[in-house]
Design a binder for this molecule. Structure first.
Ligand code: NAD
Length: 435
């Protein structure tokens, strides 16, 4: 099949590479010339495990092509995927200007029937609007389908190549058939494609992210109660998660959720409700708990040093919003950095892949170190913000020797408090006994 992907970011690039790997001819388009030039030189614009190999192999085979020329990509394509950003607007609703512009560019470039597939996360009714806008610009017939993407950054290639389920929102038989054959190689072991109406498919994506975020905020809320009651959220989590009706995933208390999806999708979902006069009260609370939680680590550090961080050096391990990605959109680490700087601290940070992105945003307001131990050298406190594997088993004895003060804040509860304390540290986690 000939496939065109509009928008070559996290979703578009992974999808383009994944579809080309199944033997399709894929053209990935983007308005960002530097991104396309880089890809044509073999440079990936994002960090995602396994993606470099996938792109390299398929580009070398000539099945994966990158261009800024939408008309070239759309001409003769059977399927056109829209994978551009849908960031939050000032009122929290999804800003649809990029997806409408992309759809109009596609309409102008159509050369025959194609199915236009919205992979971006969009509010209910966006497919209807895309269809109307495109109809006004082209004489060619086409169908518009919704196919929300569920990949996780950090494990995007795996998620894409082995999806739990594929949601397709479409009523047009030809569109459904095209998407069935596109996804057949990915859903061979069992038929995991769920076909539904377009509006329900659009809402399914928001509903899924909202439920996952709700679990996290629920646990963060409980973790704060644990600190008042002297309970350990890690034991509560294990006890709850082993109930098969609940399950163990997304039950980790921590520094709050961030990233490009949960915060914006929750806001867009809440706004969608509000626009039709319905208040999603649970989601309002989920957002409120998360805003509070993102400030918690900073408050703990400030409390420990009696509110004055002048002359104190604070070391941060982890900047990305979660392990496995260089994405720092809405990352809790950025909130923490601002709190620490405002209180007069010197901040030194390390992250396996996100430092270039943070440097772009914060410049030299903080210091960056490549090595974990160099970051902690001479620090008055070490704060673990992102639970990368390389931070899981440090030598606490070595840390004790090189730090100015033996103080650890474990923002993701990855360390054993007894072990850290036995090494001579003051340890503070999230929801682990009395604060
Ligand atoms: P991104 O910002 O990484 O990439 C979007 C790309 O679209 C950018 O490279 C941008 O230059 C390009 N673009 C914008 N307008 C364009 C146009 N008119 N023509 C061509 N290219 C254009 O975004 P992303 O993280 O890949 O997210 C894309 C969509 O997928 C969003 O709606 C997001 O909510 C959704 N989504 C993201 C994830 C994720 O983990 N990142 C997961 C599932 C769904």
């Amino acid at each position: 099949m000939k496939i065109c992907v509009i928008g070559t970011g996290y979703v578009g690039l992974v999808a383009g590479a994944g579809f080309s790997d199944m033997g399709n001819d894929v053209t990935c388009c983007d308005v960002d010339k530097s991104k396309i030039d880089g890809l044509n030189r073999g440079e990936l614009p994002i960090y995602e495990p396994g993606l470099d190999k996938l792109v390299e192999t398929n580009a070398a085979e000539g099945r994966l092509v990158f261009t800024t020329d939408v008309a070239k990509g759309v001409a003769g394509a059977d399927i056109v995927l829209l994978a551009v950003g849908t960031p939050p607007g000032p009122d929290g609703s999804a800003d649809l200007q990029y997806i409408f512009k992309a759809a109009e560019d596609v309409a102008d470039a159509l050369t025959g029937w194609a199915v236009i597939v919205t992979k971006s996360t969009v509010p209910v009714g966006t497919g209807d609007k895309i269809e109307a806008r495109m109809k006004a610009r082209t004489k060619h017939e086409f169908a518009v389908a919704s196919n929300p993407e569920f990949l996780k950054e950090g494990d995007a290639v795996n998620d894409f190549m082995k999806p739990d389920r594929v949601i397709v929102g479409a009523e047009d038989k030809r569109a459904i058939d095209s998407l069935r054959s596109l996804y057949a190689p990915f859903t061979r072991t069992s038929d995991r494609m769920l076909v539904m109406d377009r509006r329900s498919a659009e809402l399914t994506k928001y509903a899924a992210n909202s439920m996952l975020a709700t679990r996290i905020s629920f646990m963060n809320d409980l973790s704060n109660l644990c600190e008042i009651l002297g309970c350990d959220i890690e034991l509560v989590r294990k006890g709850m998660g082993s109930d098969v009706r609940i399950g163990p995933k997304f039950l980790y208390a921590g520094a709050g959720f961030g990233g490009s999806c949960f915060p914006k999708d929750l806001k867009a979902c809440i706004t969608t409700g509000r626009e039709v006069g319905y208040e999603l009260k649970i989601l309002d609370a989920v957002v409120e708990v998360n805003e509070k939680q993102k400030k918690l680590l900073g408050q703990k550090v400030l409390k420990h040093f009696n509110g004055d961080l002048k002359g104190k050096k604070i070391a941060l391990w982890g900047l990305a919003f979660k392990p496995g990605t260089d994405d720092i959109r809405e990352a809790p680490a950025l909130v923490l950095v601002e709190q620490l700087l405002a209180a007069g601290a010197e901040v030194v940070a390390t992250d396996p892949v996100a430092m270039p992105a943070v440097r772009k945003q914060l410049g030299d307001r903080i210091r960056y170190e490549e090595s974990n131990y160099d970051t902690a050298e001479g620090a008055d406190a070490l704060v673990l913000v992102t639970e990368w594997n390389e931070f899981r088993r440090p030598s606490f004895d070595r840390l004790k020797k090189i730090m100015r003060q033996p103080v650890i804040f474990d923002g993701r509860n990855i360390w054993n408090p007894a072990e850290v304390r036995a090494a001579g540290f003051t340890y503070s986690g999230i929801g682990r006994g009395k604060a």
